[in-house]
Design a protein around this ligand. Structure first.
Ligand code: SAH
Length: 240
């Protein structure tokens, strides 16, 4: 199932970190690397640091935004150097690996790594359904990004070796977990209808919309559930 795991690095500053991450991936049998708006890429430094994993660097897909890089993924997991508790299920790497592999049997799973200095923005985090935090010395919680890729990749490799007890929640039958891009489309549909019914008033739409996005992501809806919600929204639009 490791072939369905995608490592996504957002806005990486140092190309050496891209190379080191590729090497860490290859050691652990991961192959799919996406780079969102890398600061310096293609780069000789990245290729040099990758050594025998230069093929992963060569095949890396560059995208303009995180939303685009994960649109076809059934599960998007963010990484965080901080233990955030609000809104997300925060897992340890080992739990995350079991969850990720179970989902990887159904579709693509993205694991998203942030900028060296500032991590992921709130907007990027709100595209994630879960977060993983690598436990560390509380006085020094932030790993080098390629080192973080190594830890996560190692746990995935190990989980792939052994039997996992985690099963994708619910019997989905012929239904499927919705892709990140489909959840975004529903979120936009909500925004449209909420604007049409003048829901926002003096509320800050950005704040409300972000909360709604977090809620939708946390719920991990199936395609059929999304269709029901789209149906309700469309019926309301017709009545208006
Ligand atoms: N000051 C930033 C640190 C960024 S470290 C912040 O607080 O978010 C760069 C990236 O490495 C992070 O975005 C994350 O992808 C990864 N990383 C670093 N330490 C981590 C940890 N303890 N757990 C999970 N990911 C970590």
């Amino acid at each position: 199932m490791l072939e369905n795991i995608r490592i996504v690095m957002v806005n990486t500053s140092h190309p050496g970190n891209i190379g080191a991450a590729a090497r860490a991936m290859k050691n652990m049998s991961l192959a799919e690397l996406y780079l969102v708006d890398p600061v310096e890429f293609p780069s000789t430094e990245a290729a040099l640091r990758a050594t025998h994993a230069v093929d992963i660097v060569d095949k890396a897909v560059v995208s303009g935004s995180l939303a685009e890089a994960v649109a076809d993924c059934s599960l998007v997991i963010g990484t965080s150097a901080r233990e955030r508790t609000m809104s997300w299920v925060v897992e340890k790497p080992r739990e995350m690996a079991a969850t990720a592999l179970a989902h990887a049997s159904q579709g693509k799973v993205a694991i998203v790594f942030g900028r060296e200095r500032t991590g992921l923005t709130n907007e990027e985090l709100s595209l994630c359904q879960r977060l993983v935090h690598i436990p560390t010395n509380p006085e020094c919680t932030s790993l080098n990004v390629a080192a973080a890729v190594q830890v996560i990749a190692y746990e995935l490799f190990n989980a792939d070796l052994g039997e996992s007890n985690y099963i994708v929640p619910e019997q989905l039958g012929d239904d499927q977990v919705a892709k990140a891009g489909q959840i975004q489309t529903l979120h936009q549909h909500f925004e449209q209808v909420m604007t049409e019914v003048a829901f926002f008033g003096s509320n800050n739409p950005e704040n409300v919309m972000r909360r709604l996005q977090l809620f939708l992501n946390r719920a991990q809806p199936t395609r059929r559930e999304l269709n029901i919600l789209h149906g309700i929204l469309t019926a309301m639009q017709k009545k208006l």
